[in-house]
Design a protein around this ligand. Structure first.
Ligand code: IPE
Ligand code: IPE
Ligand code: MG
Length: 247
């Protein structure tokens, strides 16, 4: 399938809502946490698959603001798995020239998580290949609220004026200021919703939903999603005729 992908039309940024770990485990008669542990193999395969195709950014929704409301044992286990995964994956990221970045309220994460994340980010900071963005304690509304506060502060201090506030100014105050908007969003597990993910950035993103549960997600599913993306006509408000290349 990889062979039929048009290499000239690869999304430069893919966002992924990695959903279905709990159900995957429950189907096997196991605890939800077993599903989270088995999510790592899927993350690895998705990153590798994206890097092979020349994707520049992949943003993975790993933990939402709302996920703090889960049972404490599950939250603790997720944080442990995160620390473990970063420790294990940073050497591979170095080998593959991959940079680690985060979006979200990472200050709210446990100290040990922050420590490992900061180490991983610092270590991979000069890598120039793909950027893996982990969305941690992230939600779109939280991010937009933060941006509004920052902008208001600058207006109050006189650093900027009302006339300076435009779409670019807002985008530059979001956590994703350094990244382009995703062209493609993938959500696994059959849920057809956004769940507070990248509300600003997804304005014109192509949405792709699959029944596959996240721990089962592999390169071939990424390829399927990219192929589906390549069949879409991205019109950005124009008519179909307008965006067809003129003969
Ligand atoms: C996604 O899987 C992982 C996180 C949200 C952390 P879930 O844990 O939401 O799995 P389901 O949706 O309950 O199956
Ligand atoms: C979205 O999944 C968040 C992540 C994948 C990290 P959820 O499983 O938390 O979403 P809802 O609550 O079912 O919409
Ligand atoms: Mg879920």
């Amino acid at each position: 399938m990889k062979e039929v992908i048009d290499k000239g039309n690869i999304p430069q940024h893919i966002a992924v809502i990695m959903d279905g770990n709990g159900r995957w485990a429950q189907k096997k008669g196991a605890m939800r946490i077993f599903g989270h542990r088995n999510a790592i193999a899927a993350v690895r395969d998705a990153i590798e698959g994206a890097a092979e195709l020349g994707v520049k950014f992949i943003t993975l929704y790993a933990f939402s603001t709302e996920n703090w409301s889960r049972p404490k044992e599950e939250v603790d286990a997720l944080m442990e798995i995160l620390v473990q995964a970063i420790t294990d994956e940073v050497p591979t990221m170095m080998e593959n020239n991959i940079r680690l970045a985060t979006i979200g309220d990472t200050d709210s994460l446990p100290g040990k998580c922050k420590e490992h994340l900061n180490l991983g980010k610092a270590k991979t900071n000069a890598n120039t290949g793909m950027t893996v963005v982990l969305a941690l304690s992230y939600s779109g509304r939280w991010e937009i609220t933060q941006a509004v506060k920052e902008i208001v502060k600058k207006v109050v201090s006189g650093e900027i004026q009302e006339k300076d506030i435009n779409q670019e100014a807002i985008a530059s105050h979001l956590n994703t200021a350094d990244f382009p908007d995703p062209e493609l969003l993938i959500r696994t597990s059959g849920e057809i919703r956004i769940s507070n993910f990248m509300l600003w950035q997804l304005a014109y993103t192509e949405l792709y939903f699959t029944e596959v549960l996240w721990p089962d997600f592999r390169k071939k599913h990424l390829h399927e999603a990219i192929l589906a993306y390549q069949k879409r006509e991205r019109r950005f408000g124009k008519t179909g005729a307008q965006i067809k290349p003129s003969e």
